[in-house]
Design a binder for this molecule. Structure first.
Ligand code: GLU
Length: 296
């Protein structure tokens, strides 16, 4: 379980007390920015300004099969139009694969990773077998039932052409701390990681890394002190905190903000063109209008 204080006021109070404040907005260029993204980016930028800190833009383009240069160009244009500014150069995940590999290799050398060849369908079938009961769902979907988990850590060279999973039980044993983190409203327990998260994928076969691995390394390498992002990523934070422990990296402060929803209460999706910033711009809205729409 992760519990985080999600009040922006709390976060702003926190801002006043820290010496350094570096935050980021890290969109994936797989579609147009919508109101939800605008809220996230403006909130992070506002908080950085309030703290006299730095707001960074990072492009999460690890999944090259879904990212498009035209979406990236649109993100830059929309954010500039909203009045945001950030220092150059902008970091792109696609150039960081060697960095991710080195980190994976260190986990492999410690016996914490194993190769997995299961498809989504295999996982569903194994997790829903009659003797298994109802499958548990974690931040990445069904909790991996352990089909490929070896009895002993695999020896030899780290394979490059398969998915690599974290052996969660083994990883937790290597930390020697029964309660991983509890402070400022965040509580992450070994039990939750073992039961409701399980063996997460740290390297996808097609991408060479996974979101969880890349985001933790990017945040650390960019000295991010405050991660400000939507509530939809709240559950993933426990994986990120665990990875910080495994790699010996500092833990930033996390603030998970409310999600912007459509009129029916559904959270906005990338394909929701009706709420794309570009659409509002074309219809003559001003950046002030967008701020008002998201309650800023
Ligand atoms: N690229 C991620 C997304 O668009 C955001 C990652 C993060 O903020 O940690 O959902």
């Amino acid at each position: 379980m992760v519990r985080l204080d999600s009040g922006a006021e709390h976060e702003l109070r926190l801002v006043n007390h820290c010496k350094m404040f570096i935050t980021r907005f890290a969109p994936s260029p797989t579609g147009p920015l919508h109101l939800g993204h605008a809220y996230s980016a403006m909130l992070a930028s506002d908080m950085a300004h309030a703290a006299g800190g730095t707001f960074l833009l990072r492009i999460d383009d690890l999944d090259q099969s879904r990212c498009r240069p035209e979406w990236e160009a649109q993100i830059f244009a929309d954010l500039r139009w909203l009045g945001l500014d950030w220092p150059a150069p902008v970091l792109r995940q696609s150039v960081r694969l060697p960095r991710y590999r080195v980190a994976l290799q260190s986990l492999w050398d410690r016996g914490l990773l194993y190769p997995c060849r299961c498809s989504r369908a295999d996982i569903r079938a194994a997790a829903t077998a009659p003797q298994e009961g109802a499958p548990l769902h974690g931040p990445d979907g069904i909790v991996y039932p352990g089909t490929c988990r070896p009895a002993r850590p695999p020896a030899g060279k780290m394979p490059m052409d398969v998915a690599l999973r974290l052996d969660m039980q083994h990883a937790l044993r290597s930390i020697h701390n029964p309660l991983i983190y509890i402070d400022k409203g965040i509580e992450i327990t070994v039990h939750d990681l073992a039961e409701t998260v399980g063996d997460v994928v740290l390297a996808r076969r097609d991408m060479g890394a996974s979101y969880h691995l890349s985001v933790v390394l990017d945040d650390a390498d960019q000295h991010i002190t405050h991660v400000i992002r939507g509530e939809d990523l709240r559950e993933a934070t426990q994986i990120h905190v665990l990875l910080q422990h495994l790699f010996g990296l500092p833990m930033p402060a996390y603030h998970h903000h409310r999600l912007i929803r459509d009129d029916t209460g559904k959270r906005l999706a990338k394909r929701d063109d009706a709420r794309a910033i570009a659409t509002y711009r074309a219809e003559g809205a001003s950046p002030r209008d967008i701020r008002a729409m998201v309650g800023l």
